[in-house]
Design a protein around this ligand. Structure first.
Ligand code: HEC
Length: 145
């Protein structure tokens, strides 16, 4: 668990550099976008392995899924403050329905945790990616513009 947390910190540090130019001023909004960016980066690793753009490595896939799980648990934390920014795509209903928002995050955290323990061959990636994507979509369709 410690390595996962450390990796997330590294991830956030890297993505904060990439974010320096995005024009988001609000620190809370920036932070939650960085968590989302890390979610996208980790999902991309699985997608690229599936497409053969990077070679299949069960352990790397497992690590990406574990990071997705930790990031999902972190999601309600970084959305706690009802912050806004002209660049934000967050719907304000999040803060009226924090319980539901938290539940969707926890669902994805559990799904990715289970998937992390189940990826053995490259054939496991497609169903895994499908489940991850539907977890992202479940929240985006409700709470993202
Ligand atoms: C519980 C809700 C929730 C879940 C689960 C979730 N997201 Fe998001 N995501 C959001 C919200 C809300 C925004 C808009 C944030 C904003 O603009 O302030 C967002 C924004 C994003 C963005 C855009 C960030 C930016 O730069 O503006 C990306 C990329 C993203 N999500 C990827 C993902 C991926 C990939 C997953 C699944 C692995 C995922 N998200 C799961 C709620 C969620």
């Amino acid at each position: 668990m410690k390595t996962v947390k450390l990796l997330i910190l590294i991830f956030l540090a890297i993505s904060s550099v990439a974010f320096a130019h995005s024009g988001v001023k609000d620190e809370n909004v920036k932070k939650r976008m960085m968590v989302m960016k890390a979610m996208a980066d980790n999902t991309k690793i699985i997608g690229q392995m599936l497409k053969g753009k990077i070679s299949f490595d069960a352990n790397e896939a497992k690590l990406a899924l574990e990071r997705l799980s930790s990031l999902s648990l972190e999601t309600p934390e970084v959305f706690k403050v009802n912050a806004t920014d002209p660049k934000s795509e967050a719907k304000s209903s999040i803060w009226d329905e924090l319980d539901e928002f938290t539940k969707l995050s926890k669902d994805l955290a559990e799904t990715t945790e289970v998937l992390a323990g189940s990826v053995v061959t490259i054939n496991d990636l497609r169903p895994a990616l499908k489940r991850v994507s539907s977890g992202c979509k479940a929240c985006h369709s409700k709470y993202r513009e």
